[in-house]
Unconditional design. Sequence first.
Length: 534
Amino acid sequence: MRLTRSVTGLTGAAALTWLAGPAAAQLRDVFQAPNPINEGIHKTFAAEIGAGRGVLTTPGSSTFLIARDPFRAVRRGRQVFQRKFTLGEGLWDERREGAIATDPNIGAGLADSCAGCHGRPRGSPGHGGNTFTRPDSRDARHLFGLGLQEMLADETTAELRAIRADAVALARSTRMAQTVGLFTSKGLSYGEITVRPSGNINFAGLEGIDTDLRVRPFQAEGGSFAIREMVVGELKAEMGLEAPDVDLLIASRGGRVTTPLGMVLDGRADRVDAPPVSTPAQDGDGDGKVNEIPVAIVDYLESFLLNSFPPAVGFTSPEAALGRAVFTQIGCARCHIPNLPIDRDRRVVDVDTAFDSVNPEPFNGLFGSVTSLVASPSAAALFGARPPPLPPVQPPAGGAFLVRNLFTDLKRHDIGPAFYERNFDGSLHKMFMTAPLWGVATTAPYGHDGRSVNIEQAILRHGGEAQNERDIFAGLDRANQLFVLDFLGSLQLFPPDDTPSNLQPADPTAGAFPQTGHGAIALTPLFVNPRDLE
């Protein structure tokens, strides 16, 4: 059952408090940085940790909130994502300052929050600045729709491995070599493999993926496949914060574990990076701080990013609609596939954000339609005036879902020497994942290295496997080129705190409008107890 709720139960001072909730990219909690208008996170870090991971019956634990109050868990993760950490909380690793001669990657750090690199537009898991991960630097990509990419990649991996297993079984039973195409039900193709009767596999025909058949959608080169693995790695690499994550520890040692958000990490099938420290008592970086990022905080970050809202479709003019058709006709959709199906949605919320000329709003012309994706208990049990002491479990409904306007094929490609990147050992990195185009209009500059200042330059920079499509675009008359650029200009990111929604429409009659009353996409009204604000 899909449930959409309005914000009608939120009135008076509670509504005003919620409207004035955090909207900046990076935030301190109000206990660290008090201010006259009480802006910031209204929880200390200790309060966000709460009862730790706990179990299903431990109130205040991450397991409890993810299962019984999932929208609050998403909100908690967003707060942690925006939170500015301090040296006293373990930020940075002073020992790395002396390692610059052996670690040229040192300049990638020094961020004090996740939003320090992923904070544009404000209040969102957006894109950010340029950092020194490679000699020619790299741009921090946006994290909108991250969970959708994780689910698509994981389901595709399972299907590819099932094809391989069937081919191995058939080759052995028939004692004949079997050549099979790696074509998935999602419409994706990864070439072919040949399986010999011995079970040995020839991967010469493989395309865009490693021989383990694991689709890794994260990082430009396709380095990670799990949100949790990426989160723990980036906390350490960019902020010096160490998470003794038990799930990654088990998987990195060959075990199998399912995270609280339903992602299976199986160390027997995949390489999973170990956490930077193995126990909460270990001080890996020698800064005198231990358990810097407890497992419950990783749970909340995974919850937030799994449910991260997809980008928006902005105003679509007739020219933009025509440009989408031209985009397909000239072959760009061969790699930038627009829509891909998910078989089992692990999210608890969906947000469809699009241009809306009817609902009044002052900032970006967008309106978000929020839909709950939980397998909902009775409305009386969940939304009664006096919630029960132990709220019912609200698991994801797990329905099928079509991811629209993603524009990727989840493969690695060589798109020509203009996109190659130098490594610190002097070698060149040549293969990159097809970048999803959703949000492309608002993520300039372009290329992983940020060398292209506009979309047209990025298109004309293509070569290699995309040389033909690039040349066709270059040969179009100017009108058709502009149609394509109009279409790409409609694929936008947005600030959730400044975009009205069915949960909080804009109210032009509010005092100090539009600083207040501008509406927002926030999940607070969907809390088990929406009056208990965070």
